[in-house]
Design a protein. Structure first.
Length: 491
């Protein structure tokens, strides 16, 4: 597969492009993301779907610049898909021919069910493991849903109700909220019952914008939308207030300026869906159609799923920033052995071994930037780049364990800013200590064979090597409990 791939998504409201770069067979990372609010669907819904000249020119200009980016980033492959506005337009073929002839860009119009499929594909592959949920993607011209059961996409549907469509039909001229609400309810009345779900995965600009507002209200410590979760019942009042607000009042609710034009319409659709589907919890997905298009190509030979236990962001960070993979794997395996050996004294839920393994493996990725303060660099790398396949709780814990794999243990003050996302400080301390000890035991980078035993308040470590540097390092560690550490050379 191409090393760099560009994916363009032409929606009714915006044209977006992402560029992904592969670092190994399945691992990839984002190298460019850009959007242009082309509003190609502007004026179309009141003209029987016909695309208007000015919006088409905006779209052309944006795509022309996208093509310059693709060329200069040396992308080997490009996908360009278009959704609702072009699906509905009787003059779409003329626009597509012009783009192909003049920009050498092939636009593929996808139907609503395929659009929903792409969003769901991004959800089941790039979020934490999810068994049952419904994805909701509110666009400018339509809204797509996908039903996920037992981790599989079982059904998709597209409904012709979107933000730009509502805006032009009900808000631009008459600002008639009641008629807009009636229109939405009519569109949703035949939504199949199996789409009902307590958990929805929110995709698209409207739900992400609302999630951003909720995040600010909560004073949430991690400023990342992908994977952000919340109970929607606590914020239904806010959703309703935004839906009926005057444009001049939107700032007071925390709405960002670039969302003023369609946030009320989007929130009206979102609120109606929450009510009909009986939703309790929202998981925000920062990935969507573009990632789905990329994944369909990337995973075409593996049934559209990553291999078991594969973590995209973990592998990507490892590929790019770990120079000695054998050493990092050794430290990770040592940490897991120490966890099991010391289980009697720490009594931590074994589920935390997942975070321990990743943190121990990635503990020194910041070294690729600078040896000095490498643990801080690693913390920033992980906080900002461990995007896919991990919950926010896992992500923050892993980042903090890496940050404090030093001689001291993290204090309550050290972790206070992330308190709502972390387990008890005692658990953080123990996991941090275990990584520090595993790192000490490989001070000479020899990846020595080690045996552990814990008896009578003493951890005995046996190795065929002397481990002179390791012994010095261990003496400087602060332990989370009172016990002795003895390092012996096996005969």
């Amino acid at each position: 597969m191409a090393k760099r791939t560009a994916v363009i998504d032409i929606g009714s409201n915006s044209a977006r492009m992402v560029v992904f770069e592969k670092s190994s067979s399945y691992a990839f990372h984002l190298v460019k993301e850009i959007k242009s609010r082309i509003r190609i669907g502007e004026g179309a819904y009141e003209n029987e779907g016909t695309l208007q000249d000015i919006p088409m020119q905006r779209a052309y200009d944006a795509l022309e610049d996208f093509c310059h980016i693709i060329k200069n980033l040396k992308c080997n492959k490009t996908f360009c898909v278009a959704t609702s506005a072009l699906r509905d337009a009787p003059n779409a073929k003329e626009f597509i021919k012009k783009i192909k002839k003049e920009l050498k860009l092939n636009i593929k119009i996808i139907d609503g069910k395929k659009e929903a499929q792409y969003g769901a594909l991004a959800s089941i592959n790039l979020l934490k493991p999810i068994l049952n949920a419904t994805t909701i993607d509110i666009g400018g011209g339509s809204t797509e849903l996908a039903c996920i059961q037992n981790g599989k996409i079982v059904d998709t549907i597209s409904i012709n109700v979107g933000t730009v469509r509502l805006k032009e039909l009900f808000f631009d001229k008459t600002n008639d909220f009641d008629k807009a609400k009636e229109f939405i309810e009519k569109k949703l009345e035949n939504l199949p019952k199996h789409f009902m779900s307590k958990t929805i995965i929110g995709i698209g600009g409207t739900i992400r914008a609302f999630s951003n507002i909720v995040m600010d209200k909560m004073d949430y410590p991690l400023k990342t939308l992908h994977g952000f979760e919340y109970n929607i019942e606590e914020y239904r009042y806010l959703l309703k207030q935004i839906t009926t607000a005057d444009v001049l009042e939107l700032k007071d609710y925390g709405v960002r300026k670039d969302r003023y034009d369609t946030i009320r319409e989007g929130c009206a659709i979102f609120n109606a869906l929450i009510e009909q589907l009986e939703v309790k919890d929202v998981i925000t997905n920062g990935a969507g159609v573009r990632e789905g298009v990329y994944l369909q190509d990337l995973l075409r030979s593996s049934n559209q799923r990553f291999p078991a236990n594969f973590k995209v962001s973990e592998k990507s960070l490892s590929d790019r920033f770990i120079s000695d993979t054998k050493e990092s794997l050794h430290v990770s395996k040592t940490a897991l052995k120490l966890f099991d050996t010391l289980e009697y004294i720490h009594q931590i839920d074994p589920l935390y071994k997942k975070e321990l393994r990743v943190a121990a493996k990635l503990y020194n990725i910041g070294r690729s930037l600078s040896f000095y303060q490498e643990h801080l660099h690693s913390f920033y790398f992980i906080t900002n780049n461990l995007n896919y396949n991990f919950s926010h709780q896992q992500r923050v814990l892993i980042a903090l364990l890496v940050k404090y794999h030093t001689k001291k243990l993290p204090s309550f003050e050290d972790v206070k800013a992330y308190e709502m996302l972390l387990p008890k400080i005692e658990i953080v301390n123990w996991l941090s200590f275990i990584i520090s000890l595993a790192k000490c035991l490989n001070s000479n980078f020899s990846n020595a064979s080690l045996e552990f035993c814990y008896e009578n308040h003493t951890l005995t470590i046996k190795s065929t090597q002397k481990l002179f540097l390791a012994k010095e390092c261990i003496k400087k560690l602060v332990k989370p409990a009172s016990f002795a550490i003895v390092v012996e050379t096996a005969s």
